[in-house]
Ligand binder design. Structure first.
Ligand SMILES: [Ca+2]
Ligand SMILES: [Ca+2]
Length: 234
């Protein structure tokens, strides 16, 4: 039994070291240095790998293939950007660009490599409200409790890393306190923006400016709030 295991190990090692990228056997991904999304908007050489004894290369089918271009020379393999990285980050909603490639050795053996390029999201997307103006009517309460206002207000930030979409939501009326919930959304970070109104707010019409700030960009919307008395509501 021991002899068989030893033989298998030797065979695997021999075939995996037959050709390919020098110093790499394909067992673990090759991770290139991280780049920030705005760093690459045109063609840039991202990595140069010395190769040996390679007769052909072929990319494994990958949704990321269109973002990268590769050049194989006799003794090196180059990987270049083919599309702007902000486009990659936004479209794929990912910060890891992956390319898998199969090298064919001159004797027909094959070896597969995974190359990973971390692309760091930057704060490039501004917050956005789902409307420019909201209208809502609430009844003044008699019992001293706070009344949550649900005016259908939602705010989105399409950045990919949460640190670039951590919104601070405010109302211009200090007596209207934001009540914020995070919502599930695959295209952007999304927040439901309700308000708490104290019952002692006088009956009348109020115009409230709502703002969303991500630390770099901000957006605003108008809330037209009407407070009516208990009698009026009946
Ligand atoms: Ca971004
Ligand atoms: Ca943002």
């Amino acid at each position: 039994m021991l002899r068989i295991i030893g033989l298998l190990t030797l065979t695997t090692l021999a075939s995996s070291l037959n050709c390919g990228i020098q110093g790499e056997n394909g067992a673990s991904p090759i991770v290139l240095p991280a780049v920030t999304e705005s760093e690459v908007v045109g063609e840039v050489i991202l990595g140069v790998f010395p190769i040996y004894n390679v007769s052909a290369t072929g990319a494994v089918s990958s949704p990321h293939a269109r973002y990268l271009r590769v050049l194989r020379y006799e003794s090196r393999y180059e990987i270049l950007s083919a599309a702007p990285f902000p486009e990659f980050v936004q479209t794929e909603r990912s910060q890891l660009l992956v390319r898998e490639v199969i090298f064919t050795c001159s004797d027909g053996d094959k070896i597969q490599y995974t190359i990973q390029i971390p692309i760091l999201d930057e704060n490039t997307e501004a917050p956005a409200f789902n409307a420019v103006e909201y209208n809502v009517t609430v009844t003044a309460s008699e019992n001293g409790q706070l009344i949550p206002i649900d005016a259908g207000i939602a705010v989105y930030d399409a950045d990919v890393d949460k640190s670039n979409a951590n919104l601070i939501l405010k109302s211009s009326n200090a007596r209207l306190v934001p009540l914020v919930y995070e919502m599930a959304n695959s295209d952007a970070f999304a927040y439901k923006f309700d308000l708490m109104v104290p019952d002692e707010m006088d009956v009348g019409d109020y115009q409230v400016i709502l703002t969303a700030d991500d630390g770099k960009y901000s957006a605003s919307a108008m809330l037209k709030l009407t407070v009516i008395g208990e009698e009026e509501a009946k």
